[in-house]
Design a protein around this ligand. Sequence first.
Ligand code: 0O2
Length: 212
Amino acid sequence: MRAFRESFARFIMPYKFAIDEIATKVSILREEFSELHDYNPIEHISTRLKSADSIEQKIARKQCAPSFDAIRESVTDIAGVRIVCSFVSDVYHVFSMLTEQEDLRVLTVKDYISTPKPNGYKSLHVIVEVPVFLSEGSVRVPVEVQLRTVAMDFWASLEHKIYYKYDGVVPAQLLADLTTAAVTANSLDVTMEKLHQQVKNGDADGSRPIAV
Ligand code: 0O2
């Protein structure tokens, strides 16, 4: 058991460092925007390292062999970073600024904003591979970056809590209400984006625009 724990710690460590690398990149963008521009597209960022239990559930679902090599190959969201932006346009802007960085390699992109999940879930997911420099050389580590607006994040965190509370078997009425809430969140995003563009372009009342 002790040997397994040590192997697991060695396995998980690069994922933690990869999260640190991405979090630093996002912090740099955020700070640069704060210093040089009068507007910041990033509201907040959070990170999570998948727990051993959660990895176990995922490999069971994916029918992946329980070896570290197989897990490394097929579970690409052990390291997770979530970036929450004010507006939908910011989500795509931050996505471009991040994925255009030369040391990152984009493995997959899932755009649940342009194509939401049937339950209403919206978010832009990208798996990027980041180099991590260890004492014995460098390794490339996948990180799942989720980018979404404040409204999408609000909806997704409540939906996540409800899903866990009911252990995945959510009553039909609650599911229907959640879908309605997703439509409302989307309509808020559309309105906020319109207001943001109006203020940015200075066509709200003809006065000099300030950053919002
Ligand atoms: P947790 O607790 O966040 O770690 P794949 O990894 O591509 O084989 P998967 O996992 O279906 O398959 O990939 P996908 O669709 O990109 O989803 C990965 C993560 O997105 C999930 O991780 C959630 O964080 C989030 N997500 C996806 N769908 C939903 C949804 O309907 N509601 C909410 N609230 N979040 C969602 P985990 O591992 O499931 O969970």
